[in-house]
Design a protein around this ligand. Structure first.
Ligand code: ADP
Ligand code: MG
Length: 229
């Protein structure tokens, strides 16, 4: 709620990534440990509390797709690498031209399958929750499933089973199976009875957790965007 009130006060139409992740954490969805740094010079000091490897991301109200702008660097092993990544990012034209809030430095999520959880509002039925497999599955194949909120655990399980790519979660082609329970838990925290979408139905027009990285033991939301009504 704080995050939403704060964004409204600043006349923002959306929560920035940090605020979005704080909101998810309030509802029990795991997010990476992170710190915000102003630039390369304060990265050394501020990243001391983090476990490497880490990711650096540019935070800017002008940049929606950070990777497209050259604003995401994963797998950094030391504070020196973080500093170097920030310096390199600031040379990118899209970043040099943008208003910069700072750089988010966050721990890497354990490797796994990338999923997407979304939320939107139907004028008639209210909040809907969506799930899909990440990357080309959602972007090219539109392999997603939707339900009206609130969803039950059984609904969430059925949503996963409906995906055309469902077999991938069970470990196809030499990949490791991922925790479907962890995805179901995250779906309930977002779209369940006391979930984020219903609790903030008046304020949230659209939610996009992309990706939620699901390993064999858990799920971490590494990118989150909430558009306010
Ligand atoms: P974008 O704005 O481009 O969507 P993301 O924050 O989603 O930026 O980061 C791009 C990609 O980098 C993600 O899809 C994911 O593959 C990877 N990534 C980002 N953050 C993490 C993290 N904390 N741990 C592991 N991988 C990450
Ligand atoms: Mg993303």
């Amino acid at each position: 709620m704080n995050q939403i009130a704060e964004a409204r006060k600043q006349n923002r139409a959306a929560l920035d990534e940090q605020a979005g992740k704080a909101l998810l954490a309030e509802f029990g969805v795991a997010v990476p440990q992170s710190v915000m740094v102003a630039g390369a010079d304060d990265a050394g000091q501020k990243t001391k509390s983090l476990k490497f490897p880490v990711v650096v991301k540019v935070m800017s109200p002008d940049i929606l797709h950070k990777s497209d702008a050259g604003g995401v660097k994963v797998g950094l092993q030391s504070a020196a690498e973080v500093e170097g990544a920030i310096r390199a990012m600031m040379q990118q034209s899209a970043i040099a031209a943008a208003r910069i809030d700072g750089f988010l430095v966050e721990e890497m999520a354990p490797p796994g399958q990338e999923m997407v959880i979304g939320g939107l509002r139907d004028p008639q039925f209210g909040p809907l929750v969506m799930v899909g497999l990440g990357g080309i599955f959602v972007e090219v194949l539109a392999d997603v499933s939707f339900r009206i909120c609130p969803i039950t655990r059984l609904d969430a399980q059925e949503m996963l089973a409906e995906l055309k790519g469902a077999a991938i979660l069970k470990g196809a082609r030499g990949r490791k199976a991922v925790s479907q329970d962890a995805i179901v838990d995250a779906l309930l925290k977002v779209g369940g009875e006391n979930g984020l979408l219903l609790r903030h139905a008046a304020d949230i027009k659209e939610a996009d957790i992309n990706p939620l990285i699901v390993s064999d033991s858990g799920a971490v939301a590494v990118d989150a965007r909430f558009i306010l009504s």
